[in-house]
Design a protein around this ligand. Structure first.
Ligand code: PAF
Length: 280
């Protein structure tokens, strides 16, 4: 596996692969990789001749009061995992390489980004879309891989790729969970032992919501209310949102209809965690 830090080095490698007729998969990440990221790389490895992974903690998608400075980093372990998963090229730019000196252009996806995570993180999706659009422009992959844990991000990136004719197939991959149900997240590392235990309310709420929806409950508010009740019983948890929305458009549902996304965001202490279910 080659590790590069410049866009030019990525372009040169991809040019050569294209000359050889290879297809290219992209796995964009912010590092501190876990089994969820590994599952994206495995899928990319299986579906493409060559795989590029990026590790870039993107300042543009963090709000001023968020955890950009404390976001966990472990470049050596990340590189080892990428190599183990069969990544061909690891792209690790710094912010100056990524954004240059006079950056002025932003990608906004309207309608899908104002609700759910966008409500408490107003600049987040603009930052995500701008950097993902840039990564797609640098790598020009056939396919790009995103985890379903960030279900709104997945819907937003899909919309962007289609609207802007980026020519990239956006592939969503299932949530990977710890044995006790907690969805894998780089931010789980912030949790104390007691908080780690309390964080299980997210997956418990999501599982119950899914069961209700699968067993024929059609009242979206009833499903959301049942999930909220589970979370509110945990003293260390504070609900940011619990919502049932259309999984493609992120519009709230009153009558539950597939594709449906039941999504929760919860503060456990100071750590904000998300989880969800999707019924296609
Ligand atoms: O999901 C993430 O880790 C990030 O939002 C992404 C897609 C790598 C963009 O910075």
């Amino acid at each position: 596996m080659e590790i590069v830090t410049t866009k030019e080095a990525v372009r040169a490698a991809v040019r050569e692969w294209r000359r050889q007729g290879e297809s290219v998969g992209l796995v964009p990440t912010m590092g501190y990789l876990h089994a969820g990221h590994a599952s994206l790389m495995r899928r990319a490895r299986a579906e493409n001749g060559r795989v590029v992974a990026s590790v870039f903690v993107n300042p543009m998608q963090f709000g001023p009061a968020e955890d950009l400075d404390s976001y966990p980093r472990d470049p050596e372990r990340d590189a080892a995992l990428c190599a183990e998963m069969g990544v061909d090229l690891l792209f690790r730019p710094d912010p100056a390489e990524m954004y240059g000196r006079d950056f002025r252009s932003y990608v906004d996806v309207s309608g899908l980004t104002e609700g759910l995570c966008g409500r408490s993180r107003p600049v987040h999706f603009r930052g995500v879309c701008t950097v993902v659009c840039k990564l797609m422009g640098i790598v020009r992959p056939d396919r790009a891989y995103f985890g379903q844990k960030d279900a709104q991000q997945l819907a937003v990136v899909r919309r962007m790729a289609e609207d802007l004719d980026l020519g990239v197939q956006v592939v969503g991959c299932p949530i990977v969970r710890e044995p006790d149900g907690l969805a894998m997240s780089s931010r789980n590392t912030y949790l104390s032992a007691e908080e780690r235990q309390a964080a299980l309310v997210l997956s418990r709420a999501v599982r119950h919501g899914r069961e209700l929806a699968e067993s024929g409950e059609r009242d979206a508010a009833a499903v959301a209310g049942a999930m909220r009740a589970i979370i509110e019983r945990e003293p260390l948890a504070r609900v940011d949102y619990v919502e049932v929305v259309d999984a493609r458009t992120i519009r709230p549902q009153t009558e539950l209809k597939r594709p449906v996304l039941g999504a929760v965001a919860v503060f456990i202490g100071r750590t904000r965690l998300i989880d969800n279910f999707i019924l296609e």
